[in-house]
Design a protein. Structure first.
Ligand SMILES: *[C@@H]1O[C@H](CO)[C@@H](O)[C@H](O)[C@H]1NC(C)=O
Ligand SMILES: *[C@@H]1O[C@H](CO)[C@@H](O)[C@H](O)[C@H]1NC(C)=O
Ligand SMILES: *[C@@H]1O[C@H](CO)[C@@H](O)[C@H](O)[C@H]1NC(C)=O
Ligand SMILES: *[C@@H]1O[C@H](CO)[C@@H](O)[C@H](O)[C@H]1NC(C)=O
Length: 332
């Protein structure tokens, strides 16, 4: 029943994406390309993603190419805010807003993004188990095989933010479609690390070194004082690791979609308001509740915000909240 319900909503979302594509290329050629062109590529994905995406298509009754498109989409249109903070007892807290659907059809009547609206009902919290024991927990979307937000209880927490950059952009994704397949999808790497890394250091190492299809930011938190960092990646290499440093007063690291050593784009500055809010809260009073307040401050909360996830890795607690941003509210 649940699968039927979610797949019904998934078809609704895919229809919106197809309508948008048809509006750009009215002949319907793009949609034809999705149905015929993307489906054969599923087999080229690494295990376990290939089988899973095939399985999602079979169970939901949605054409394989469309499920593949849905799985590629997140690699392209996600903007976010992620942070790791250490409270005064040395406990690490990790949280993120996932903002999705930029440029994907603004609805002037409802003041909302069409895709973002369709996506909210697909948000699910998942518990990945092996031999009946939790390996990791995540916030995901029904029908989506990669991971953008997750936690390995008692070990580490991890979120991925998109990095828009000219030294990489989406060339890697096109190369992959054309047959050059030595890089890894960013959300697949996130999931692999959550599934298979067994410590904060091992996770950090894999996230810093694995070759990828596009640049990204990985925000990683551990369980010991000082274990928290933002890893800035190009496709090929690690450009920077920005770590917590309590001696220097850096009790949190916060990442949106810009390199931390550069100014954010003035049209999209969610970083300054979020940091101002964190500074005002102070380390003395930081908790999941006060972090939720920070992530609810406009424009950190905006019309693209789909969910807020709060993670306490020591307690093994992961909570997600569906978000709406009442008017007046920034489109992004
Ligand atoms: C997992 O739990 C279910 C339900 O409690 C049980 O039926 C099953 O045998 C368990 N499987 C393993 C591998 O322990
Ligand atoms: C984790 O490692 C196992 C064993 O090497 C592998 O079969 C599996 O595909 C890996 N998981 C992911 C998500 O890459
Ligand atoms: C927040 O505090 C840090 C550390 O004191 C400081 O470097 C940063 O500029 C402050 N940011 C804002 C936006 O107030
Ligand atoms: C600490 O956070 C709580 C919850 O948001 C708030 O009610 C309280 O005023 C804050 N205390 C200080 C000292 O900022």
């Amino acid at each position: 029943k649940c699968i039927f319900f979610k797949s019904f909503q998934l078809s609704g979302l895919i229809q919106v994406i197809k309508d948008l594509a048809n509006a750009f290329i009215p002949s319907g050629k793009l949609v034809e390309l999705v149905d015929k062109g993307l489906a054969p590529l599923v087999k080229t994905l690494p295990s376990p993603f290939s089988d899973e995406i095939q399985g999602i298509a079979d169970v939901s009754g949605t054409p394989l190419g469309e499920i593949m498109l849905f799985n590629i989409f997140y690699e392209v249109f996600t903007v976010c805010t992620s942070l790791v903070a250490e409270d005064k007892t040395g406990k690490l807290l990790h949280a993120r807003n996932l903002d999705f659907g930029l440029f994907l059809g603004w609805d002037t009547h409802d003041h909302s993004w069409k895709v973002t609206e369709k996506l909210r009902p697909l948000v699910v919290n998942l518990d990945f188990q092996k031999n009946n024991k939790t390996v990791f927990k995540s916030t995901g979307f029904a029908g989506y095989a990669g991971t953008l937000t997750g936690m390995k209880p008692g070990i580490f927490s991890l979120t991925m933010n998109e990095r828009f950059s000219i030294d990489g952009g989406y060339i890697g994704i096109f190369e992959w479609i054309l047959g050059l397949r030595d890089g890894m999808w960013m959300s697949f790497l996130t999931r692999s690390v959550l599934e298979n890394a067994t410590s904060y250091d091992e996770a950090k190492n894999q996230l810093a070194k694995t070759k990828m299809l596009a640049p990204a930011y990985f925000i990683l938190g551990g369980v010991k004082s000082g274990e928290g960092c933002v890893i800035t990646r190009s496709r090929e290499s690690c450009l920077d690791i920005w770590e917590l440093n309590l001696k220097e007063g850096r009790w949190y690291v916060l990442e949106t979609n810009y390199d931390h050593w550069k100014e954010p784009l003035f049209l999209d500055n969610r970083r300054t308001p979020a940091m101002k809010c964190m500074n005002k809260t102070t380390q003395m009073n930081i908790s999941l509740a006060t972090i939720y307040d920070v992530l609810s401050t406009k424009p950190v909360l905006n019309k693209l915000t789909t969910y807020t996830t709060l993670m306490d890795v020591v307690e093994g607690k992961l909570e997600a909240y569906l978000r709406e941003c009442p008017d007046p509210c920034m489109p992004w």
